[in-house]
Write a protein that binds this ligand. Structure first.
Ligand code: ZN
Length: 152
């Protein structure tokens, strides 16, 4: 009963706990990596790659002060909103309820803890434009064209 919720809390808690230690040191050290690997397995390597390759960006929209983080992936960008524990990836979408923290969220939290990210400020009016752009690869799926039915 409620295993997913308990595991979710456990992963988020474990991550925040480790990030606290990382923040105190100002960088990710070997003992942190061990703890991260123990808690999150392979996801940690991908998160650390993103961190080391500078693929984590923070956007602050003004005047609302809304914050959106982007993790730049190989094929697309992922939107992470830590305030609501949200990521736009499939991994998150299908597994977060079952207690799974995706590597983008791990990367974002480590970036925030170490300060290893690029920061941009933009106007609120660009928020929806950028969100559309960032989500574009998923929206480009061709829609079935009803007009074509009955032809041929
Ligand atoms: Zn994700």
């Amino acid at each position: 009963m409620r295993d997913g919720a308990m595991k979710k809390a456990h992963e988020v808690e474990a991550l925040e706990d480790i990030c606290k230690a990382v923040r105190a040191e100002g960088k990710v050290l070997e003992p942190h990596v061990s703890r991260l690997s123990e808690a999150f397995g392979q996801r940690v390597n991908k998160a650390l790659d993103a961190l080391n390759e500078g693929r984590i960006k923070k956007y602050i929209f003004q005047p609302s002060g809304r914050v959106v983080w982007i993790v730049v992936g190989k094929n697309r960008d992922y939107i992470v909103m830590p305030a609501i524990d949200y990521c736009s990836c499939y991994d998150f979408y299908f597994q977060f309820d079952r207690g799974h923290v995706c590597y983008h969220i791990i990367a974002q939290k480590l970036a925030e803890a170490t300060g290893a990210f690029d920061q941009f400020e933009d106007d609120d009016q660009f928020f929806s434009v950028l969100i559309k752009e960032w989500k574009a690869p998923e929206q480009r799926k061709p829609k079935k064209n009803k007009r074509a039915e009955g032809e041929g």
